[in-house]
Ligand binder design. Structure first.
Ligand code: ADP
Length: 343
């Protein structure tokens, strides 16, 4: 690799050879040619080396030190490396360009997460406000006299309690989501029979399904264990959210099906309903926090708008990804893969 020393030797050799040639033409003496060669070799070499080293490489090193002082740690060249580089100015220029575009990307990401944070804060405040104001309204009406009418009292107390239950659910979901995002919650993975887990979830949701005359079926019907390596509590949350959504948003007299399909390393799980479906333009947004397809309808059904965001996070914690396909008026299918447990 070229460095100031090599360049100096090369130039010195060139200049002293030409000088020696000229001396040879005038003075045909080997001694004079030798002295001339040596004199021009050392002076040219020394001068070139000094000029290169002090005026260029030293200057570049100074620029580099300044960059280091500015804490530009992303630069991938070291002082030693600079000494060996043939064109250090070009190299530093290239490095600075790479560094600048890296920083630009970081700034864009920071701006994006700042906007996200602001929107999230606004959404949270809005979501909290609704049940608080409702409960507050009922309680104040009771205090202002409605408490004396037994019928109104019971109705208002029930409504206030329902709002506070919604608030409780929202805060729980928010805490779970923020803990998952900050990595505070670790997935406690063990060998779990997913079939059994789904049967338990379905039993818990049976009453809600019966209220809407919705049938829930698990395929295959034979209760063979389906062993996967998951956090049982979190997987219960995933299945509850997805099956409950199928019931909540499904049509009266509708169907919700849970299907298990194996491949050689995984189990693929499908949660399918024949409800109203989700229009295509909403499909890639439903996993965002507080995103609802039909805002007022979803809220009336008691959802926090965080269910699918939580599902997505839990599955990411299991190195899996949720997918959705849906056709308006035909139904919706959510699916994901889990690694089989072989031990
Ligand atoms: P929520 O807690 O409000 O139910 P989710 O995050 O679980 O929120 O779902 C986000 C939105 O996606 C819902 O508000 C609803 O509009 C839509 N959605 C979810 N699952 C279904 C489904 N099975 N069928 C139709 N729409 C659905």
């Amino acid at each position: 690799m070229l460095n100031p020393r090599l360049i100096a030797v090369f130039l010195a050799l060139l200049v002293s050879s030409i000088t020696s040639l000229f001396i040879w033409f005038t003075e045909q003496s080997i001694l004079v040619v030798f002295v001339g060669f040596m004199a021009s070799f050392f002076t040219t070499g020394l001068l070139t080396f000094m000029v290169l080293d002090y005026f260029i490489f030293e200057e570049v090193n100074k620029i580099y030190s300044t960059l280091q002082d500015l804490k530009m740690k992303g630069l991938s060249i070291s002082k030693k490396k600079i000494d060996k580089i043939a064109d250090p100015l070009k190299k530093i220029n290239e490095e600075l360009n790479v560094y600048a575009s890296k920083k630009e990307r970081q700034i864009t990401d920071l701006k994006k997460s700042e906007r996200f944070r602001r929107e999230f804060l606004a959404d949270v405040s809005h979501e909290l406000k609704t049940p608080i104001f409702a409960a507050q309204g009922f309680v104040h009406t009771l205090i202002d006299g409605a408490v004396n009418d037994v019928n109104v009292r019971d109705k208002f107390l029930e409504k206030a309690a329902k709002s506070l239950d919604g608030l409780d659910e929202l805060v729980r979901d928010l805490v779970a989501l923020s803990q998952m995002e900050s990595g505070e919650i670790r997935m406690n993975r063990t060998k779990v029979d997913l079939y059994k887990l789904v049967v338990e979830v379905v039993e818990q949701l049976e009453k809600k399904a019966i209220n809407k005359n919705i049938s829930i079926t698990i395929f295959p019907k034979d209760a063979e264990p389906i062993f996967v390596y998951v956090d049982a509590f979190r997987m219960n949350q995933v299945m509850t959210n997805l099956i409950e959504n199928g019931i909540k948003y499904g049509n009266e007299w509708g169907k919700v099906q849970i299907l298990f399909e194996p491949d050689h390393k995984h189990w693929k799980i499908f949660i399918k309903d024949n409800g109203p479906g989700i229009p295509e333009e909403h499909l890639n947004r439903i996993f965002e926090r507080f995103y609802r397809v039909e805002k007022s309808r979803s809220k009336d059904m008691g959802g926090t708008g965080l269910g699918l965001a939580i599902v997505k996070h839990i599955l990411a914690g299991h190195k899996s990804k949720i997918s959705v396909s849906s056709k308006v008026d035909k139904g919706t299918t959510f699916s994901f893969k889990l690694e089989k447990s072989f031990d």
